[in-house]
Every structure is written in C-alpha cells, then in structure tokens.
Design a protein around this ligand. Structure first.
Ligand code: PMT
Length: 404
C-alpha cells in the first residue's frame, strides 16, 4: 500500500505549456490510490482542455470562483478544506506572484490562501522569466510561507531557449509528495547506505561483478529521505538516477567502497549495507587487455576487505556506534546463513533475500525477505515492491530503536 492511498490531492494547473505533462502526473497519482480533484486557471484552460482532466481524474474540474450549478456553496472554502495536499503544477510566474502577494483574484489563488495544509509548487516558465529578480523574490516569499518549491529542470524549452524553467520530472514530484505523507520517524538520523554491485578489474576491458542493479539500495535511500533522514548513498555502478535530495558517492570496486564507508562513518547514525560486494578481486589486474591464448586460464584472486565485518568488529560492545544493518543474498539455507552472518558480523538486523525465486533478489522490482534481529525476532515479509520492502525495513529499525 502506498502512502498516497485514499489521500485527497487538489491539483492546481496554471497557464504554462507544461500543462500537458501533468495529465500523466494525474494518472500516476490515481494509480497509487490518490483521489485527485483539479482546479484550472483561465489560462490553463487555453493550454489543455478541462475535459481531459475531468476524464482522467473522474471528478468535475473547477475553473471559476462561483459555481453556477450550486450557488449556495462557496467553492474556494470547500476545496481548501477538503484536500490533504495542494499541488500546483505547472506554476506560472503569474500564479507564483499571486501566491506571494496573497491575491485572491481567481479560484486557485483563493484556495491556496484559504488552505491550512501543505502546498507544493512546481514552477515552469521561460528561463529569463524564472531568473528575473521579481520571480526569484516571489519564490523566496512563498518558501517563507512554508510552501515547498520544486525547482525546475534545466534544458531546452518550447520557446527554444535553454536554461532553468522546465517542469521538474514526475519522479522528483512523487518523492516530494510522498515525503508529505510519510511518517517523519527518521528525522535527525544520518543514514549511510551502500547499493549496487562492485566491479573488480581484470584488465582495462574486463571485470568480475554480480547482477545487482542497486534497486534495493536506492529504494532504501529514497524512502529514508521521505521519512525525514539525511542520506548518504555509496553506490557501485548502476543505471539508476540518484533520488532527489540525496548525497551520492559513486565508487567502482570493493576497495573504493571500503574507503568511502570508513570516511563517512563518523557522522552516521545508521549504516545499511545493501550493496553486493565482491568477496574477491584479481590478484594482479593487467595494465593492457589480455590477449586470447591458451584453452584454459587460471585467475588468482585475493580477498577484498569485508566492510561490514570490519564495521561490526570496530563496534565491539560499544553502545554509541551506528545501528548496523546487513543484507544476505543466499541460494540455499538462507535463514541459517543469514543468522550466521548476523552474529559473525555483529549486526542489529539482517535482511535475508532468498535467491530461489524469479521475483526476488537481484534485478527485480519486487522482493521477499526475512528480517532477523539481534534481539531474536524474525519477520517474514510477503512479496512486496522494493520500495514497500524498504519501508518495512525502516519500521523494523524503529522497533530496534525502542529496544524491540
Ligand atoms: O541491487 P538489486 O538488483 O536490487 O538486488 C538487491 C540485492 C540482492 C543485491 C540486495 O538486496 C542484497 O542482498 N545485497 C547483499 C548481497 C550480498 O553481497 O550478500 P552477502 O551475503 O555476500 O554479504 C553479506 C553482507 O556483507 C552484505 O550486507 C554485504 O554488503 C556485506 N559485505 C559483503 C562482502 C564484503 N566484502 N563486504 C561487505 O560489506
């Protein structure tokens, strides 16, 4: 279940060419279970037809201050009361100026003024308009009111100019919306997360690695941020985009990951090792590409540092060391192997993947894991998306924090 399930979202659309993009946002919100009502300014109706938004939302679209069909109702007050979040996207320079100055000369601006709940504003406009001191001052003003402003992206715009002004992408908006509804139980934590595979070079053209895509680790990073944590992600090579608001340090090999983890350790309060770290590396990586030669080739390997084990040893009996959470990816005896690693690496919690299924473990969008804690608790989670699995891991961390 998503934090968006049954949440009432009022989507305010204003006069910007990017208005067509939020039709897809609306569909994505509904897919996650949100109930969406749309308010459009007069200019927005010139860019996209209210009928489209009515069909996609399954609700009438509000465009005027006075409802001709029900004159006894006061639309702006009812709309302001009846939603959990006001999302204004795209927000034009004109609407941002209205919000900054508390004008109530159209339905959307009036609803914003009458709203007591959270407001997210996603500017989209020509880059010169966006960078104009007037717009920047208005943005600073609405931020001071507590509105969350999602900066536009840089790039080529419909007017052929290049610069900041493109509507932020859906994934960025989604993370901000989820943060509004997620419990803020990780606020004050600095969480160090490792993700993805490591690559151990044989020569300039080849390496040893594994099928980790980083999906599990990146889901942990995004959800920790949603729940209020400061997150540092140490990532092996992946094809994923770093979730917004997260500091990411890119590494390639296990040795580099080891160095970065030990460097970032000092300020961390929780460490989660979701990365699939190569246990061995070629003893002598070749400077030049190895040429095809004999029918068989022996490859001497040497052990990489076991980063998690070293953290567990450093921690010893200390009670003020960061909470240590490890992962285990096992193809057989997964519970027994997981329990062994929990003890040997001196962890608080281990997340055990059974690599037996096609929908769990490496490179899938879903996972089925068992959580074993130092306190002897065992939780078998059902098949869930990696994002939901990550939330369940944070809930388990919350229980560890209070000693359960
Ligand atoms: O990235 P995805 O495609 O989404 O796949 C997710 C995943 C399967 C990679 C992930 O959920 C997972 O299980 N990661 C750990 C895989 C693994 O390497 O397990 P392990 O049993 O070999 O290692 C146990 C723990 O020690 C892990 O936390 C690992 O990060 C850590 N370790 C291992 C070796 C090493 N040299 N240093 C370490 O720190």
């Amino acid at each position: 279940m998503s934090f968006l399930t049954d949440k009432k979202i009022l989507l305010g659309i204003t006069g910007s060419i990017a208005a067509y993009k939020v039709a897809d946002w609306l569909r994505a919100l509904r897919r996650e279970g949100a109930k969406v009502t749309v308010v459009m300014t007069e200019s927005a109706c010139r860019f996209i037809n209210p009928l489209t938004m009515a069909a996609l939302s399954g609700n009438p679209v509000h465009t005027g201050m006075f409802a001709a069909e029900a004159p006894e109702t006061i639309p702006h007050i009812n709309l302001a009361r009846e939603h959990d979040l006001l999302l204004i996207a795209p927000a034009s320079a004109q609407t941002i100026a209205r919000l900054a100055h508390g004008l109530a000369d159209n339905l959307l601006a009036t609803v914003a003024l009458a709203s007591a709940g959270p407001i997210i504003v996603c500017p989209a406009m020509n880059s010169v308009m966006f960078q104009h001191p007037a717009t920047q001052a208005n943005l600073a003003t609405i931020k001071s009111y507590g509105y969350l402003v999602l900066d536009p992206d840089n790039g080529k715009m419909a007017c052929d100019e290049e610069g900041p002004g493109r509507l932020t992408d859906w994934e960025n908006a989604r993370q901000a919306i989820l943060s509004v509804f997620a419990p803020q139980d990780l606020a004050g934590e600095h969480i160090l997360i490792t993700a993805g595979p490591t690559r151990e070079a044989l020569d300039p053209a080849r390496f040893l690695s594994n099928p980790s895509t980083g999906k599990m680790g990146y889901a942990l990073a995004a959800t920790a941020k949603q729940r209020g944590a400061m997150v540092t992600l140490i990532s092996g090579p992946t094809a994923l985009t770093v979730p917004p608001g997260i500091k990411c340090i890119q590494v390639t090999s296990a040795t580099e990951m080891h160095t970065q983890v030990m460097t970032c350790l000092e300020t961390a309060t929780i460490i989660v090792k979701a990365a699939a770290v190569a246990d061995y590396r070629p003893a002598e990586p070749q400077l030049h590409k190895t040429k095809k030669g004999p029918a068989s080739l022996a490859l001497p390997l040497i052990a990489n540092p076991d980063i998690l084990k070293e953290l567990g040893e450093r921690r010893g009996e200390s009670s003020d060391f960061p909470l240590l959470i490890g992962f285990a990816a096992e193809s057989h005896d997964h519970l027994k192997e997981g329990a062994r690693k929990l003890k040997e690496k001196n962890l608080d919690l281990i997340v055990i993947n059974d690599l037996g299924g096609t929908d769990t473990g490496f490179a899938t969008d879903t996972n089925r894991v068992t959580l074993l804690s130092r306190n002897g608790t065992q939780e078998d989670l059902p098949l869930l998306s990696k994002e939901e699995t990550a939330h369940r891991i944070w809930e388990a961390v919350g229980r560890l924090r209070v000693g359960h």
